[in-house]
Design a protein around this ligand. Sequence first.
Ligand SMILES: Nc1nc2c(ncn2[C@@H]2O[C@H](COP(=O)(O)OP(=O)(O)OP(=O)(O)O)[C@@H](O)[C@H]2O)c(=O)[nH]1
Ligand SMILES: [Mg+2]
Length: 368
Amino acid sequence: MSVVSAITGLPYVGKTTLFNLLTGAHAATGSFSGAEAETNVGVAKVPDARVDQLAALYRPKKTTHAEVMYRDLGLAHAEKPGQGISPQKLGDLRTADALVHVVRAFGDPSVPHVDGSVDPVRDLAAVELELLFADHGVVERRLERLEPELRSAKGIERETKEREKAVLQKAIAALDAERPLRDLDLDPEEEKAIRGFRFLTRMPVLVAVNLDESDITAPEKVLGPVRTAAGAHRASAVVPVCAKIEAEIAELPPDEAAAFRKEIGLAEPALDRLIRATYELLGLCSFFTTGEDEVRAWTVSCGAPAQQAAGAIHTDLERGFIRAEVIQWDQLLKAGSEANAKRQGIMRIEGKQYPIKDGEIMHVLFNV
Ligand SMILES: Nc1nc2c(ncn2[C@@H]2O[C@H](COP(=O)(O)OP(=O)(O)OP(=O)(O)O)[C@@H](O)[C@H]2O)c(=O)[nH]1
Ligand SMILES: [Mg+2]
């Protein structure tokens, strides 16, 4: 699986600047046309030093990092909530795995703010409200259409629709109270009944707080209130970024970039922080396949059964899965080679149900 993150937020908060920084793209910034512009699409390589170390051992023909796809889509500054997202952008949002909300915390007077002042907590609430309205509209329309359908439905079909109606009523009650659907407790059956709607307020949210350069070394003053606001809801995380300066740094050669980061007090690139938070938020892990041809990282849900994880590589491997040879990446590095690891008995044989862990190397034996 390749993870898809949708970058959203009010106009002119630094979404495209962040997108460029993450994906190495050069999409136009500062044009104030994000809401009308086409969605920018780009791919970020997931930084993973383990992959690089494994590549140094195997010296493969090809080294492939995992990827996260980013979509940069603007919201219009709506007079009334519910008018800010165009239908096409709604689709781009709904089909993502996670949202990245960019909120502006930088003061720069040369960059206008649509609401006249810098207030990341207010902006966060404004965007949430916009998403709430979008979901509310979907639930309302579906409930209206369900009534006549229910009158003619029978048997199992009727039961299914009754269940859908009950969950949608729970949903609308939450939305009426301005609670995002992430906060709704649903059992697996209920979850299944509404999964297809891909509600925006049920998606995990990463709040990227676009800081002033001067706040990098002591960001909590700014981040604290955002953490409190975001933390009031489930499935959310807060990550500081400094989009403009970090985008400039990302253009430098790696050693110069590292020196510059150190100088201004940034411990690591924004990409590393954002991707780590995304994986944590979505409960994702990486496992590796290794060999002379390719060393490669794959993304799966943490604890996925080995057979299902094999499906990330190829459906044949899942279908014809027999067993897997598994070892933690650092144990293999310590052993120096797979042959040594086998001799030492630290390369284990695992079956279909084995829950894969972060950092494991897996060789799948299969037969189709
Ligand atoms: N000082 C400062 N300016 C920034 C920062 N991030 C972005 N900007 C500036 O803010 C303006 C808007 O940035 P964009 O990245 O285009 O913002 P956007 O959210 O994509 O805007 P739209 O797509 O038009 O809604 C540009 O002039 C950027 O250079 C930052 O961290 N600090
Ligand atoms: Mg933009």
